[in-house]
Design a protein around this ligand. Structure first.
Ligand code: GLA
Length: 415
């Protein structure tokens, strides 16, 4: 947790027990009985490997300590009733909906995420008899830290549990079922909510483990848990939420994604992942000028993920900084998904002593991360806040995050 006492500093996530305890307590007071099950799932940061997931490439996320918990009980009448309780303790109750009436577009706002999951599970053949869901958590929303994936994944696990499907939450070695659930949660987001995102966030939320970053090869589905212990080096990953979300973030994301599909089509490959580094120049020459930077980003970013994993494998964590910064520059200059606030965070963090820094997630606002010496956290936060002040920008929020456990079942008797 940050040592800064500035009001913009947020608490580190309370973790599984905190979110679950709140969800169970709220469920009890709203419904007058115990929930049958409670599952929680974390937000994530992506250490590196950005905009590579939908190009079938490599990503390297870790789970945040911040989590979303879903307490649930099955209903017999086919009705889905969804309530979320924010940190102010005020419940927001979504309009109840019949599971069999769920269609893309039929539910909007926050409830579209859990409803989308119920829809996709129904479409996948699970017999859902309806459910009461109560959602609580502390994953910052709108910060590019995957609060939506945390909600989708916790909902999927709770609904599957109610449907009697046993989920091997403790078994992350094979990853088959968790991987399948990640794809369902992604489908809920793509086809029900209408956001054309990749599978990074859901996989991270479900499959990450404490003290590791998760290497995922999206094409093969291969997963490797790579030890990532910043504290042992007196280092930390500082997360900086710029609290900005630019209006064109969704259209910009879709536009980049379509650009990549078009580039792959012109090159005659299934995805840009197929282009080897050695072929970059020749392949680039075959593309129209506006698609060349997209290809360059994807190919060089996949390379950076592999290089970073090699450094971690070689116990050289303190040398990864330049790769993080190079990733940011590629996202800023080639992929063009950064923005003034993210660039300001990165430049200021580096000038104040960070070993590396980059935007994380989809971009156009949201959060950045910086690899810092733990002892310098307060100073770096101060420099960034001052830089934002100078430009009249809203103060960002800070927290230091270490890799935390992925989704799991909670004990409903814990509160
Ligand atoms: C968002 C999407 C992910 C991924 C990242 C960019 O977080 O949800 O699928 O594409 O952007 O790496």
């Amino acid at each position: 947790m940050s040592t800064n006492t500035d009001s913009t500093t947020v608490e580190a996530g309370g973790g599984a027990i905190d979110a679950a305890r709140r969800a169970v307590t709220e469920f009890r007071s709203l419904h007058g009985h115990e929930p049958q099950v409670c599952w929680s799932a974390p937000g994530r940061v992506n250490l590196i490997g950005e905009h590579t997931d939908y190009n079938d490439g490599f990503v390297l996320p870790f789970a945040l300590p911040h989590r979303t918990a879903v307490a649930a009980t099955a209903r017999e009448d086919g009705m889905l009733r969804m309530t979320t309780v924010g940190s102010d303790g005020r419940p927001q109750v979504a309009d109840p909906v019949q599971v069999e009436d769920l269609r893309p577009g039929s539910v909007t706002g926050w409830a579209a995420y859990p409803a989308g999951v119920a829809w996709v599970l129904r479409e996948s053949g699970f017999a859902l008899t309806g459910a009461d869901l109560v959602v609580c958590g502390d994953v910052p929303t709108g910060a590019g830290l995957s609060s939506s994936a945390a909600l989708e994944c916790a909902t999927a696990l709770a609904l599957l549990d109610l449907a009697g499907v046993s989920v091997a939450a403790g078994d992350r070695t094979g990853g088959l079922r968790l991987t399948e659930i990640a794809r369902w949660a992604q489908r809920a987001e793509n086809d029900f909510v209408g956001a054309p995102t990749g599978v990074l966030d859901q996989t991270a939320s479900l499959c990450c483990t404490a003290a590791h970053v998760l290497f995922l090869d999206v094409r093969s589905g291969e997963q490797v848990q790579v030890p990532f212990d910043t504290a042992a080096r007196e280092l930390a990953i500082l997360v900086i939420d710029t609290k900005t979300r630019h209006a064109h973030s969704e259209s910009g994301y879709g536009e980049r994604r379509r650009g990549c599909i078009e580039a792959a089509r012109v090159l005659g490959v299934d995805s840009l992942r197929e282009v080897a580094t050695a072929e970059l120049d020749a392949s680039s020459a075959r593309l129209p000028a506006e698609l060349q930077p997209l290809l360059r980003h994807v190919v060089t970013e996949n390379d950076r993920v592999e290089s970073l994993v090699r450094l971690l494998d070689g116990d050289r964590l303190d040398e990864i900084g330049p790769l993080l910064t190079a990733s940011h520059h590629s996202l800023r200059d080639d992929y063009r998904v950064s923005c003034t606030e993210l660039d300001l965070v990165v430049d200021t963090a580096l000038a104040a002593g960070a070993l590396g820094a980059r935007m994380t997630g989809g971009g156009f606002g949201g959060s950045a991360i910086a690899l810092i010496r733990s002892a310098e956290q307060a100073e770096i936060e101060k420099s960034i806040t001052a830089a934002f002040d100078e430009r009249g920008l809203t103060h960002p929020r800070f927290f230091a995050a270490s890799p935390s456990p992925g989704a799991g079942r909670e004990d409903v008797s814990l509160s």
